[in-house]
Structure formats: C-alpha cells, structure tokens
Design a protein around this ligand. Structure first.
Ligand code: ADP
Ligand code: MG
Length: 679
C-alpha cells in the first residue's frame, strides 16, 4: 500500500507549508499556517475541515495557486510551483483547477453562459465548441433554460451550480470548493454535495473545504485543521452511505446520465501549464470576445461611459467643425483675393500732414505712375453717383469711369457684348457697360442679349450699351458690385461730369515679390512730381497677406482648443478605467482564478478604453459633420477636411489607449488572492 503510493507521483505534495500575514509596513506578522504537510493523490475526495479562522481558506488559496506560501514546498505533479511564472500559474489554474467559492464569485455583468465559458476563453477554445460545451454543462446541471440570465437573477443554489459548471469548463481535474454550501439553504446545499460526489465518482479530484462535520463526512478522506495545523487525517470507512439524488429531492441528473453524457467525467491531465492550447484559437474570435465583453462592462455603467464618450465627442466634433469653419473662411478669403486681384494697388489723394491740404489727382499722375518699374498698368479711376434712365425706368447708382484696361485691373470680364477699347476712350465714345443688376433695373423686360445696342441716359447724356459685365454675386455678404455701370474715363470726365480730378489711380504690378520696392518707387516719384505728401498708397496685396496670417493663427488656436478637449477626453477615460478597476477588483480576481493571464486582464481593460474612445471618435465625426451641415444652412462657409477627421479620430483613439494603459496595467498587476477578496 505504502510502496504503491510512493511509486506514483503525487498530484499535490505540500511539505512544511507556512503562511504569514502582515509583517509589512509595521503591522505585526501573524503566522496562520504552521507547517502543513499534506499529500493528495489524483482522484481523491478530500474534505479539509476545521473551525472558522483555522486557516482553511488560506490553505485552499495556496493549493489553488492563488496565493504563495511564506515558506515550505508545494509540488504539483512533481513540479515545484514556486518556480512557476505568473503566466504558468495562470495556466495551471486554467487547465487543472476548478474553483467553487462560498460566494459563487460569478461576474455580475456577464450572463450565465458567458460566465461558464470564461475559462475556455482564456484557454483559447474556439467560440462554437466553447458555447456547445458550456450549454451542455449547464443542461447537465439543470440550468439549460437559464443560459441568458444574469447571476443576480438566480437563486444561491443555482448560482453555485453555475460556478460548478464554470469549474468544469476546462475539465476541472481538481475541484477546489471552499465552503460551497456555506451560503445555501439545506436543500440547495444537498444538491451541490450530490454534484461534488458525482464528480468524485467520475474521477475528479475534489478538495472540499468546510467547517461542517456533516458536510465533511461525505468525503472519502477527512483532513482536520485547527489553528493552522493538521490535527487529524483519516480515510473514511468505505461503507459510508452516499446520498442519492432521490434523497436530495431534486430533478438533478443522475450519475447514469452523467456517465452517458460524459461531460462530468474527468479527462487525464494534458500538458498542464503550457500555452499550447491557448495558441490554437483564432485571433479574430479572441478580439470579438474581448470587445463584446468590454462593451457589456461599459454598458453596465452606461451613464459614466456616456459622460466619457461626451468628452471625446466634444473633442472630435470641435476639431472637425473648427477646422471646417477655418478652412471655409480661408477659402472665402482666397475667393475675395481672386476677385480683388492680388497684384492691385491704389494710389490716391490724401491730406498733407504739413500743409493740411488734400491732394488732387489728375490723368497725368496715372501717366507718371505708368513709368515706374514693375508697374504694368496705371489706370485712372473716377467713381461718381448718377441717375440712369432708359424707357420708363430710372436707377440711381455708382458710375465708375475707367479705361479699356479695366477688365484686367478689376479682374472682371463682360458676359455679353464687348468692353470699350482704347480707341473708344480716345474718341470720347458715348458707350456704357452695365452690371447685371443695373441692366435688370433699367431693362426689366428685355433679354440680356437684346440690351446690347440699346440707349440710356446718364445724367442726360445719351449712351449706347455695348456690354454687360459677368455677375459677381454677393462677395462679402454685405455689398455687391453688380449694380455698377462702367464708362470710358475720357467720356466721363469731359462729356458727362466735366471734371478732370480722379478718385485714384489703380496700379497693377508685374512681379508681386518686388511689391515692397515698387511701393517705395511710387512714393518717391509721387513726392518728386507732386512736391507734396498729399497722396496715399494702399496695398491690397499686403492687406491680404495680413488677413491670411490672422486666419492661420485663428485656425491654430482653434486646433489647440480642440486638442485640449481631446486630452480632457483622455483623462475621462483614465478616470473611468481607474474607477472601473477599483470597482471590479473582485471580477479581476475571478478572471485570474479561472486562468486569465496578466495580459488577458490588461487586454480586457485596454479594450474597454479602446471601445470608449473609438465609439466617441466615430460619434464625434458624425456629430461634427452634422454641426457643419447646420452651419452651412446658416451661410457659414464650411469646408470639411477628411484629414482633420482622420487626425481627430486617431487622436481620440490614441488618447484613449495612452490613458487606458495605466489602469489596465494596474488591474493586471493585482494579486489574484487580494483581488478575489476585494470589493
Ligand atoms: P478559515 O477559512 O478557516 O475561516 P482563513 O484562512 O480565512 O480561515 O483565515 C485564517 C486566519 O488568517 C484568520 O485569523 C484570519 O483573520 C487570518 N487572515 C486571513 N486572511 C488574511 C489576510 N489577508 N491578512 C491578514 N490576516 C488574514
Ligand atoms: Mg474560509
């Protein structure tokens, strides 16, 4: 008998195990286990019995590799457990052990089916096989119709059976049950004991921890522990009456059905503690499972999740809207610049600071300016108000007196007819070119083409319409130039208004880069010829440049604001995750007890951060687009930028991940036994 036992490698061999609590940070060290030596063979049904506080749970945590002894050796199938890494221990828990706790330790956010499946998820079993096995086990334990229930919706006895199904999910060769009946009424307790008996009969090693002698009496071997020491270790007489399902008064499956189904039967140990089976699962399935469980966890605290989502949404949406509005304004400015013409300057009269006299400009000033280097065109320009009449219609508007260069200088072409020529100008030709609005007001019932050739009166001077300008439309939202009429400068000054003074000279330069020098040259030559400082050069190109710079700075400022709100979103994620880790330490413990590796835990919390930030990012893009569309309705210039959307989305994702890493690591670093005791 003795030689027979020695010949086999013991499943569990404890030698002189001691466990101290405290001793750190000034708290007194208390030894709870005083040198436990215990050998358990595969297939045994052992009850560890003792009074409350005698150290049973401490011993079980050590047996289940949830906790480490302070000293002594623990060999599992001959392997020294103290030499195993955290992941190897997780592997051992996953492949070899099945835990059943007094408080059931089910994850409240997962339904029954997913609670049972969890150890297989960590073992890398394919989803379909996993689901079939979990459903099979639950059916076998009489819970086939409860798979979609949440743990809180079940009675204590039912929850305990769910936790037994979970313990069996990966085989559960060694069932470690700590007071499994402690929280149950006697009938439910009896059902659980029947199950444990059946498992023992089916070849599982069952280690049952209890303070109750009556419960312990059902085991084949009783180890009595008192104040951290084994005081008795006895094998029960085989005549022990096994309770039957009939006496438990339930509709539980019988041993026969278990044997037929085979699901409770114990399969021999495979490669325990290796990662081989974990690698077989498909990556995609793993990701799907992780994300869906992340989503469930977030859904449970949905108000908090929503608040975090909100900060991401605000961040992403504001990036998109602000960039779109900024770009819209920029584009509008560019359009205005195109309309004004970038190469244009005005040289006109001003008040001389020393004499106090206002200068007057004549055609000769334009001729002087035309000679300055880099000046392509210097066009005399006179703006006057006048009354126009045609047929029965009258229209008071602005009359611009310009030369044949006007289409180039004003960057404005005719739509119908022609513009006047230098010859028209020299000959004081009585011709006029109309803006679209002016034409509509004066010739409301005539087709635009037919207006060409018609006559009108401008301050009583008859003029022939020779062309119509292209429509400019509303440029700055306030005024438009389409009500103008254009006449040759000579005609206007000599025949219509009879005044030689100009409003100003419009100057077009060739080389924009030489603009500064050209301005200096103009000022120099004007001072020389006019012998006074009674003029002013306004440089629209420089104004445009300045406006562009202001726009650029505004856009940067807006981007900065948006960036800040993204960081705030990231802090929100960190906060939600840290709170989540705190609240869910128990869950983390359960996951570790069922074989979750540190990286599984890390991945789970990180994926929650990713789910939040991704959802927030997508919602932010959608809402940003919606706000932009609304602004468009209000005539705000908006140009959406795909690049801004991508940047905002990936920034949101990035901040989510970066701020999620810390809490995820914190969760993964938790000690299983500490986490299990947490709440
Ligand atoms: P049992 O399960 O037999 O009731 P436990 O193993 O839970 O007993 O506890 C044994 C003793 O160890 C008790 O006195 C308990 O107060 C102490 N103890 C258990 N866990 C801790 C801990 N984490 N820190 C300090 N003391 C502990
Ligand atoms: Mg206990």
């Amino acid at each position: 008998m003795v030689s027979d036992t020695e010949a086999r490698v013991a499943l569990i061999a404890l030698t002189d195990i001691r466990k101290q609590y405290g001793g750190k940070e000034g708290s007194p060290a208390v030894e709870v286990l005083h040198g436990i030596s215990l050998t358990i063979q595969a297939g045994e049904f052992v009850a560890i019995v003792g009074a409350s506080g005698s150290g049973k749970s401490t011993l079980m945590n050590i047996l289940g590799c949830l906790d480490k002894p302070t000293s002594g050796s623990y060999r599992f199938l001959g392997r020294d457990v103290s030499q195993m890494s955290a992941d190897e221990l997780a592997g051992l828990r996953r492949e070899a052990f099945g835990f059943v706790f007094q408080g059931y330790h089910l994850i409240p956010t997962l339904d029954v089916l997913h609670n049972v499946q969890m150890p297989a998820v960590y073992a890398g079993m394919p989803a379909q096989a996993r689901e079939e096995r979990a459903t099979g086990l639950l059916t076998l334990l009489g819970l086939g119709d409860k798979t979609a229930y949440r743990p809180q919706q079940l009675s204590g006895g039912q929850q305990q059976r769910v936790s037994i199904a979970r313990a069996l999910m990966n085989g559960g060769q060694v069932i470690l049950a700590d007071e499994p009946t402690g929280a149950l009424d006697s009938r439910s307790g009896a059902q659980v004991m029947v199950l444990l008996n059946e498992l023992a009969a089916a070849g599982h090693t069952v280690i049952l921890i209890t303070h109750d002698d009556k419960v312990a009496a059902q085991a084949h071997r009783i180890v009595r522990i008192s104040d951290g020491e084994i005081v008795e270790d006895a094998v029960q007489p085989t005549s022990q009456e096994q309770p039957s399902l009939a006496t438990a008064g339930t509709t539980m499956p019988t041993t026969a059905s278990v044997a037929a189904g085979g699901s409770l039967s114990c399969v021999p140990f495979g490669s325990i503690g290796t990662e081989a089976s974990a690698l077989s699962a498909s990556w995609l399935q793993d990701i799907g499972t992780t994300l869906s469980s992340a989503w469930r966890a977030l859904w449970v605290s949905r108000f908090r999740t929503f608040l975090t989502l909100l900060s991401f949404i605000i961040g992403v949406a504001s990036v998109i809207v602000l960039v779109a509005v900024g770009q819209g304004n920029n584009e509008k400015l560019l359009q205005q610049i195109a309309l004004w013409g970038t190469h244009r300057m005005y040289v006109g009269p001003d008040v001389d600071a020393t004499t106090g006299l206002r200068g007057e400009f004549y055609e000769r000033d334009a001729n002087v300016l035309e000679q300055v280097a880099n000046v392509r065109i210097a066009m005399p320009y006179l703006a006057e108000s006048a009354l126009l009449r045609a047929g029965g219609e009258t229209f008071a508007t602005d009359v611009w007196s310009v030369t044949a260069d006007a289409p180039v200088v004003l960057n404005w072409d005719v739509q119908y007819g022609v513009f006047f020529t230098p010859e028209d100008d020299d000959a004081l030709a009585p011709v006029v070119v109309l803006g679209k609005v002016a034409r509509e007001r004066l010739f409301p019932d005539v087709l635009p083409q037919d207006v060409i050739g018609q006559y009108l009166l401008l301050n009583n001077t008859p003029l022939r319409v020779i062309g119509e300008l292209a429509e400019k439309g509303l440029v700055s939202g306030s005024s438009h130039d389409d009500d103008l009429v254009l006449v040759p400068y000579s005609t206007a000054s000599q025949r219509i208004f009879g005044k030689p003074q100009l409003s100003y000279v419009s100057v077009v330069v060739d080389d924009l880069d030489a603009l500064d020098q050209t301005v200096k040259d103009i000022e120099h030559v004007m001072r020389q010829t006019r012998r006074a400082d009674d003029f002013r050069v306004s440089n629209s190109a420089a104004v445009v440049q300045g406006k562009k710079e202001v726009m650029r700075q505004q856009t940067m400022l807006l981007a900065l604001i948006a960036g800040i709100s993204l960081v705030v979103g990231g802090l929100g994620v960190m906060n939600i995750m840290l709170m989540s880790v705190k609240e869910r330490t128990r869950e983390i413990g359960i996951r570790m007890a069922t074989g979750g590796r540190q990286r599984d835990i890390r991945l789970q919390f990180l994926s929650e951060a990713v789910v939040v930030s991704c959802t927030g990012g997508v919602a932010g893009v959608v809402i940003g687009l919606a706000i932009g569309a609304l602004l468009m309705l209000w005539n705000v210039p908006v140009i959406f930028s795909v690049r801004a959307m991508l940047v905002a989305f990936f920034c949101a994702l990035g901040t989510g991940v970066i701020f999620g890493i810390m809490p995820a690591r914190q969760a993964a670093k938790l000690d299983p036994v500490v986490a299990l005791a947490g709440e």
